[in-house]
Design a protein around this ligand. Structure first.
Ligand code: FE2
Length: 417
């Protein structure tokens, strides 16, 4: 029986210092001065550093990592649609070894930034399921580092791409966990609705979750989140359906948005917002004033609807930057969503931890006795400083095992007293 104690941890929104006791890969106790009860334990003093649940990236594309400058043309317009066109050409050349190497590079960067859970959308609108095969292998190989969920994502649509619906079904049969879609990219509103209906049919047939790219547009007429909500509600799939992006909600009129809040709540819809990605891609047809492309994070939160922040891209045709850091996304998200009161910042870690875990329906998650000892240690002592400094993750522990450790920065600047 191995026992480790991480002494003197700060916890979000709790005063004082706590000792975290880990026994056989699970949390045994989290309490002030608990270390004294375990004289034979291995002890590490955290010196007041903030400890929280591991980060959850509920929306990312592993198969697109590091493809921004690889053969696919530069995205001159900076729009979603040019990115999809450019990717469409490049993906014909996918090579298994290269896809794996690029994915592993980005996943390593995510782990170094404290991410232990990720939902990757994998483009399945392709003749060969090369990327999907790689992700299914990585999901298994990396399970001691990261819990990966795979979305069967038809980047070019169920119907806008000939046979897209069949590609999604094949991917689900091959082992994808979640049904994806992109209704705003179909030719018509009607085909968009039909794609959502087809997605629900698949989810019920194969017992899968649903996560659609939804209304990733500034077009206030893009209203597929209402279709997702309606079908989630009428099919009794509360909590199992996610609408990603929903940028158009930022442009809806107040009356429509007000009505939809009660519908989203009843439908138990989850939302994922990608702050850096969407402030870059959206607002491209506005001139000035220019919209910021984010969904209504504050209003959804105030209405008790689950929203999380995710990064979407690491250097791909949609977005040229991205570094694996969800603290970076949190920083941008809080700014862009106008959520900067002390209370909002202090309670904000949920956007990159528990809310994402809820979306992914991870049960064994949280700093509680009996749960798997999964946690991260940050380079600041409280949440406000962690966001303000875009804190580094110094330590990532999974099932009681250290999977990543970074040295604290040594500061050398010396100013006069
Ligand atoms: Fe995406």
């Amino acid at each position: 029986m191995s026992v480790s104690v991480y002494k003197n941890a700060s916890l979000a929104q709790k005063p004082g210092l706590y000792d975290i006791v880990v026994k056989d890969g699970k949390f045994e106790e989290i309490a002030p001065n608990a270390a004294a009860k375990y004289p034979d334990a291995t002890v590490e003093d955290l010196g007041g550093a903030l400890v929280c649940e591991p980060f959850v990236d509920a929306h990312i594309h592993f198969d697109y990592f590091y493809t921004a400058n690889l053969g696919s043309k530069a995205n001159g317009s900076g729009t979603l649609f040019e990115a999809i066109d450019n990717w469409s050409e490049f993906k014909k050349t996918l090579d298994k070894k290269a896809v794996r190497a690029r994915a592993l590079n980005g996943i390593r960067q995510m782990i170094e930034n404290g991410v232990q859970y990720a939902r990757t959308h994998v483009d399945v609108t392709n003749d060969k399921q090369t990327a999907l095969e790689v992700m299914l292998e990585l999901k298994e190989e990396l399970k001691n580092y990261m819990q990966i969920q795979i979305v069967a994502f038809p980047q070019e649509g169920y119907y806008a791409y000939e046979g897209g619906d069949k590609c999604v079904e094949l991917a689900l049969k091959l082992g994808a966990d979640v049904v994806g879609g992109i209704p705003h990219f179909e030719f018509t509103r009607e085909e968009g609705v039909r794609s959502v209906e087809k997605g629900f049919e698949f989810a019920q047939k194969y017992d899968k979750l649903i996560d659609f790219h939804c209304d990733e547009s500034d077009d206030e007429q893009s209203r597929f989140s209402e279709v997702l909500a309606s079908l989630a509600y009428h099919n009794g799939m509360q909590g199992r359906v996610t609408a990603s992006h929903t940028c158009a909600m930022g442009s809806y009129n107040g009356a429509y948005a007000f009505k939809m809040m009660t519908k989203y709540k009843k439908a138990g819809l989850n939302f994922v917002s990608c702050p850096t990605e969407n402030c870059y891609l959206q607002g491209r047809f506005d001139g000035f004033p220019q919209r910021r492309g984010l969904t209504r994070v504050e209003q959804l939160t105030e209405n008790g609807i689950n929203v999380s922040f995710a990064q979407d891209s690491i250097s791909d045709p949609w977005y040229p930057l991205g570094n694996g850091s969800l603290i970076h996304q949190l920083d941008f998200g809080l700014h862009l969503a106008h959520m900067m009161s002390v209370e909002q910042i202090e309670s904000s870690l949920k956007f990159i931890t528990t809310n994402g875990a809820k979306t992914m329906r991870v049960d064994d998650y949280g700093l509680e006795k009996g749960k798997s000892a999964n946690f991260v240690v940050l380079s600041d002592n409280n949440v406000i400083d962690a966001v303000r400094n875009t804190s580094h993750v110094l330590l990532s522990v999974r099932q009681g095992r250290v999977i990543m450790r970074k040295k604290r920065e040594e500061l050398t600047t010396k100013l006069p007293e």
